[in-house]
Design a protein around this ligand. Structure first.
Ligand code: UD1
Ligand code: CA
Length: 455
């Protein structure tokens, strides 16, 4: 039995007070419409169409990018009228599921339950009970509890307004019956609109069975009309994600101060301090510790690694038992091998840092390949940009770079080389030698590093 999904997304959302169409506002880093599309796709429908109108210039390019069919509703004459615009989508389908682009948190399981709550010839409505049902369409039932119609707030009398069971707007309708009956809708109501909700009384008249699923979690059917409502749903969603993480064995210093805007995959015994923000796809292995105020985006962090407070990590790969921060910034293309250490006020970009290598203070390491057990002194800068092009810096194993040095790329520093403090290195440095450029650059072959004096 084929299911086709129609997503209504043509409304303006004037209460958002925004130049951006309502459905393009973001919840957990993803547009409201993307949330709905994601849930819809998870149901594997035979077809799917988004009804666009207001702000279509901003919505259509994104739908095209995702290869999602859209239709235009040039004038917003109501939810029923919106569904009429999508009629072509019904041609081959048995059932139509109507979703709203501004109701982002409906669970796939709830929609499955709705689709299966009656046979294919019935009309199925997702409802919920609200203490304050103001603004919603009310589910009107007869003496024996059968649904007879939905009455909109503006068309309701006092007794109807007292009903607390409301229409979520989400419905499943038999496709053939729907396409035969849509033209029976009239706009003879308080708002002068073609209401999709009037399909219910038409269905009753035609003898169709009406089934309902009443959703316990109001947030699943809550629509976003204002920025306040958006903020409430954002917090609700973040709380759900926090609960899920804790259930998987992650310690959160405060579940109310974590934001996941994407997908977080976790091992066990991970600790997240307050105000951690996760964006995109992030993987944290076992025993990772993340300090306060860290932002981690599209990165993988290896087992036992510690990220200290106020660090930012973007599109980077971090090995095991690495220490990062506080106040470190790993920019895209950073790869840290096991046991490496990136300290405070260090910025890295497109850099491979070998095992056990340390960049502890105040440095910029960009476009660099660094070997193992390297020590980069405080204030070292890779000068990767000549004003027109970027060049790479290659640093061998066991290299020691003195503080406040500039490495002018392209340049290679061979294994075991030592660069004196304050060096502006413009030529390659030889292996196992001390290179200085303080006065005239000279190379001392056979120079030996001082031995550590044992106390
Ligand atoms: C609708 C329902 C109401 C339900 C409520 C739940 C109707 C008549 N009423 O009312 O019973 O309780 O949702 O939130 O259906 N849209 C279009 N084109 C239009 C009009 C609307 O695409 O011409 C889209 C909007 O973008 C939105 C959705 O349909 O995504 C709902 O429209 P909205 O105007 O918010 O309906 P409500 O008055 O809230
Ligand atoms: Ca609404």
């Amino acid at each position: 039995m084929s299911l086709s999904i129609v997503i209504l997304a043509a409304g303006k959302g004037s209460r958002m007070k925004s130049a951006i169409p309502k459905i393009m506002h973001k919840l957990a880093g993803k547009t409201l419409l993307d949330h709905v599309i994601g849930t819809a796709q998870a149901l594997s429908p035979s077809s799917m169409v988004v009804v666009c109108g207001n702000g279509a210039d901003q919505v259509l390019p994104l739908l095209e990018e995702k290869n999602i069919t859209s239709v235009m509703q040039h004038e917003q004459l109501g939810t029923g009228h919106a569904v009429m615009q999508a009629e072509d989508a019904f041609a081959d389908a048995d059932q139509i599921l109507v979703l709203y682009g501004d109701v982002p948190l409906t669970q796939q399981s709830t929609l499955n339950e709705l689709v299966n709550c009656g046979d294919e010839n019935s009309l199925r409505i997702l409802t919920t009970e609200l203490d304050d049902p103001t603004g919603y369409g009310r589910i009107v039932r007869n003496d024996v509890g059968n649904v007879i119609c939905i009455t909109e707030q503006k068309d309701a009398d006092e007794a109807t307004l007292a009903i607390k069971e409301v229409n979520s707007g989400i419905m499943v309708l038999p496709a053939k019956w729907l396409s035969q009956s849509l033209n029976k809708l009239s706009n003879n109501n308080a708002q002068g609109e073609y209401y999709l909700t009037d399909m219910v009384s038409l269905a009753v008249k035609d003898g169709l069975e009406i089934n309902t699923v009443c959703c316990d979690d109001n947030a699943e059917v809550a629509g976003v009309n204002t920025r306040q409502q958006l903020a409430v749903l954002e917090r609700h969603y973040q709380q759900l994600q926090a609960n899920e993480l804790m259930a998987k064995g992650v310690t959160l210093a405060d579940p109310a101060r974590l934001d996941i805007r994407g997908t977080l995959t976790t091992g066990t015994d991970i600790t997240l301090d307050v105000n951690v923000i996760i964006e995109g796809n992030v993987i944290l292995a076992d025993n990772v510790e993340i300090g306060a105020n860290c932002i981690i985006k599209d990165s993988t962090i290896g087992e036992g690694t510690i990220i200290l407070a106020n660090s930012m990590i973007d599109f980077s790969q971090v090995g095991e038992n690495v220490t990062i921060g506080p106040f470190a910034r790993l920019r895209p293309g950073t790869k840290l091998s096991d046991n490496a250490k990136i300290g405070n006020f260090v910025e890295t970009k497109n850099a491979n840092i070998g095992e056990g290598s340390k960049v502890n203070h105040l440095s910029y390491i960009g476009d660099t390949d660094m070997g193992n057990n390297v020590n980069i002194g405080a204030g070292t800068i890779t000068c990767n940009y000549d004003g027109a092009n970027k060049h790479r810096t290659t640093i061998g194993n066991n290299v020691f770079i003195g503080s406040d040095s500039q490495l002018v790329a392209p340049i290679t520093i061979a294994n075991g080389a030592t660069i004196g403090a304050g060096t502006t290195l413009r030529k390659d440095a030889a292996e196992q030698a001390l290179t200085l450029t303080k006065s005239v650059q000279r190379t001392i072959v056979g120079w030996k590093r001082p031995n550590k004096i044992k106390k």
